[in-house]
Design a protein around this ligand. Sequence first.
Ligand SMILES: [Mg+2]
Length: 271
Amino acid sequence: MPYLDDPLIIFTDLDGSLLDHHDYSWQPAQPWLDKLSAAQVPLILTTSKTSAEVAELQSALNLTQQPFIAENGAIIHLPPDWRDEAAVPFHISGAGYPEIRQILVALRQRYDFEFRGFGDVTARQVALWTGLTEEEAALAMQRDASEPLLWFGNDLDFARLKKCLMREGLSLTRGGRFWHVMGTGAGKGQAVQWLSDRYQQKRGQPVISMGLGDGPNDLSMLEAVNYAVVIKGHHEHEMPLQREDVAHVFRTDAPGPHGWSQGLNHFITLR
Ligand SMILES: [Mg+2]
């Protein structure tokens, strides 16, 4: 089990993990946030939200010096002092948003597929779909590398859409409300691996990674880290992990930020 002063990096999902599923508060996690910050352990927000949505939260959590992973891993946002080589704030896996939109629109014209993506509608419509305010919906629409869509057609057409997207190097991932179209090689797990390698290079020594998440879209992240905390979710999905090092997997009995703290208590030894 790692000590707090080991070369740790921690990846965390937001909704239902660090943030309460109902009121989005992280109060119960504050004592651990303070400890991690004092020990200079990087905490990397790893979420399906867009960069625009994460930015505000990241500064509320005092984490603006850290990278973050947005749009389910399709985009990695790098802090200013990481940008020396390429001088770009982003690492994008797979296709960018304009290309994804172009492919979707062309396929819809050709096959009469019945779907609507965020790029087809107004902020008011996205607000109605999601329960966000119109201002929040506008932030959720500032996309870099993935497109959420609602499917209104039949199963046969859906299978055909999936096949067509695959030929274009795109895949469909199921989220809470929407299907997400993004690059086939993109995902939370791949992004976590990419960043872990970068930390290792930067520091010139192996890092110990930990991941915390509550949903099916966190599974690839929980497979990719050294220590996995499966937070009790507000859903019926099983959270099966393929890994054999069962002592490195902890399943909490509390949800949200209470479970989040439970996970860190379980794995990290203070001295
Ligand atoms: Mg979640």
